[in-house]
Design a protein around this ligand. Structure first.
Ligand code: ASP
Length: 354
């Protein structure tokens, strides 16, 4: 009898252990690639407004959210540890290449990139265009440093892993997940210097809502991205130089001339209103375009489209209209376009399609 009971206990323990093992094995494998930002930031003293971005490591970030284990098998890798104001071509290329390498293996089902929020909208759109996989990639950050009261990083990270682990997220391109919302990397834009609800989907709706690990999805956007994108950087060592020129009352042509002299291959105008600027800047941009610089008109306004030939004769001057893209996102598409062409007509087509 005693032997029978101990055998039964043994069988029950074995079955339970197998169940736990199977549940763990069945969980999606999510890799967190850390680049720094406020999500990894620390205050010198608790309660102080000042802090340093990129202080904590990826292991610290994962350890701070033990519940991640319920969602996925999570591992981490440190790509950089910088404030995203310092994001640069070298880190972009390293990140994009590593993501494509990891997603090509069965060992990774999805990726979360932790990132500062200052330039998150640019990195997310860059990855949206150069990641060659249907598997989810989610860019996430926080507005309050990890040491702050009511830090927003842990829940943002939890939601980001839940999105990366969600089969519904596949094939929709790269996301930004912040403040319980799921944005397309194409649309996500920072709109407030410090507020937790800073990200908005410019000219578009959100892609879904992230409710503590349970997601609600809305229809995906139509533009080309990831596997349908013709932009690839896996063999690239550098990226073409593209700069942004801000417009304002009485703006002179000097900035455009200086950028062309410094070797800019593309210039994005952060124009006033509908992508307009002064006659002086317009004259300098016209000259630049004649000399083979790709000139793209966007707007400093933040909302709305810049279409061709409204107050500026783009056909005559050889310019490109940025359509929905704000200056920072227009810069990303212009620099990738320049890896294929300098023809403004082809670049314009890219702005309609991506
Ligand atoms: N300056 C920080 C960064 O972009 C801000 C943040 O992460 O929210 O890295």
């Amino acid at each position: 009898m005693k032997r029978f009971i101990s055998l039964t206990v043994l069988v029950i323990v074995a079955v339970l252990a197998a169940g736990v093992f199977e549940a763990r094995a069945a969980k999606p494998k999510i890799m967190i690639l850390a680049t720094g930002g406020t999500i990894a930031g620390a205050q010198a003293k608790p309660g102080e407004a000042g802090y340093t971005s990129g202080t904590f490591s990826v292991a610290n970030l994962i350890a701070a959210v033990p519940l991640l284990e319920d969602l996925a098998q999570v591992s981490g890798e440190q790509i950089a540890n910088i404030g995203s104001q310092d994001m640069n071509n070298a880190v972009w290329l390293k990140l994009a290449k590593r993501i494509n390498q990891l997603l090509a293996t069965p060992e990774v089902d999805g990726i979360v990139v932790t990132h500062g929020t200052d330039t998150m909208e640019e990195t997310a759109y860059f990855l949206h265009l150069v990641v060659n996989s249907n598997k989810p990639v989610v860019v996430v950050g926080s507005m309050r440093p990890a040491t702050a009261m009511s830090a927003d990083g842990p829940l943002n990270l939890y939601n980001a892993v839940a999105v990366a682990a969600d089969p519904e997220a596949r094939g929709r391109g790269v996301f930004v997940v912040m403040d319980d919302k799921i944005f397309s990397g194409r649309a996500a834009t920072k709109t407030d210097t410090t507020a937790v609800e800073t990200f908005q989907p410019m000219n578009r709706g959100v892609q879904g809502a992230a409710y503590f690990g349970k997601n609600r999805w809305f229809p995906p956007p139509g533009q080309k991205h990831t596997t349908k994108s013709e932009f690839r950087v896996d063999k690239a060592e550098t990226l073409p130089r593209v700069d942004i020129v801000y417009s304002y009352v009485n703006a002179p042509r000097d900035m455009v001339d200086a950028l062309v002299a410094a070797g800019a291959k593309g210039i994005v105008l952060a124009g006033v209103g509908d992508g307009n600027t002064t006659d002086a800047v317009l004259a300098a941009l016209t000259e630049a375009a004649k000399n083979g610089v790709v000139v793209v008109r966007s707007s400093r306004v933040g909302h709305g489209l810049v279409r061709r030939n409204i107050e500026v004769d783009d056909d005559k001057l050889g310019f490109v209209a940025a359509e929905e893209l704000n200056p920072s996102k227009a810069r990303v598409l212009t620099l990738l376009s320049l890896m294929h062409t300098k023809d403004p007509k082809v670049v314009q087509q890219y702005f309609y399609e991506y």
